[in-house]
Design a protein around this ligand. Sequence first.
Ligand code: GLU
Length: 356
Amino acid sequence: MRAKLLKNANLAVVKLGTGILTDNRNRLASGRIKQIVGQVERARRSGREVVLVSSGAVAAGMEVLGHRIRPSRLEELQACAAVGQSRLMAVYQELFSAFDVQTAQVLLTHADLQDHDRHLNARNTLMALLAGGVVPIVNENDAVSFTELTVGDNDKLAALVATLLPADLLVLLTTVEGLVRNYGKSNAKVVSSVKKIDGPTRKHAGGTQSNTSVGGMLSKLKAAEIVMRAGIPMIIGNGASRGVLSKMLAGEAVGTLFHPNESKLKGRKRWIAFFHHPEGRVIVDKGAKLALRERGMSLLAPGVVRCEGEFAAGDVIRICDTEGTEFARGITKYSLEQMNATTGKVVVHRDHLVVL
Ligand code: GLU
């Protein structure tokens, strides 16, 4: 299974975390970056396409501006990222030049990916770069946006980029071997594969959390949830271990493999499911939940118990059960105000609805 998934991974998104791009003095680890660039180039020569998602801008900027410790103020972090981003790109371009390969800087924000036109534009740009043999290097546009600066070290961004394309594989290279059971204890063991993210999986992740950089293992599990549902496999592995990417792509049992769901989501449904932060939600009864989940039906007004938050017609809303658990998302035909007068009508059509 693992070998087959990886053999067919023609388009891979590879994310490099800050920890792997820097040494223990918080400087760009150019030797290690060179090693990874070499593996990316080998993958490309064997016929695969690779999009890099790279952190490290803040760290590179800290080095240039002489900050020994990570600034705590957001604007200082953003200034570091702005300075460091060009430094980082210079390093990549120099390393890829050795293979006569061009790189492209693609800076994205979550808002870019949420807006449908900009979403499609970002995709078209990435596809055009790949078609031209260029290696796109994506980062969050930290100078204007701060989602990953505060929470994720690009794990979610990488999952969204993989989902947007869609890629056949997402690789997260970090400073630990993968998801580790009993981390730090004598019986510690890397979990080789995960089919479902459940309580025990999250517990292992908690153990690994403090020992990784900004994002930690929990943000990697959130990334896994997105791509697994989208139908894309993901591997977490140690970017410092020599040849790790080549080994992964060859199907060797390194790191932790997260298996994709069997049902792949189509483009528009991927956009509905993962690229929004819906403020409105509808609570639906048991019958409606069953109809949506088991029978793939539309959400009808009588199934709605109540509405919460703000939403307008055409917005993506959360669809939750009576316990408050979100189990689906979709585009509502009605605003919150219109909802009361819609007895019997389709509120969210099945074509615009995704069961999560
Ligand atoms: N996008 C950021 C970077 O490239 C994330 C990492 C961080 O917060 O330090 O540096």
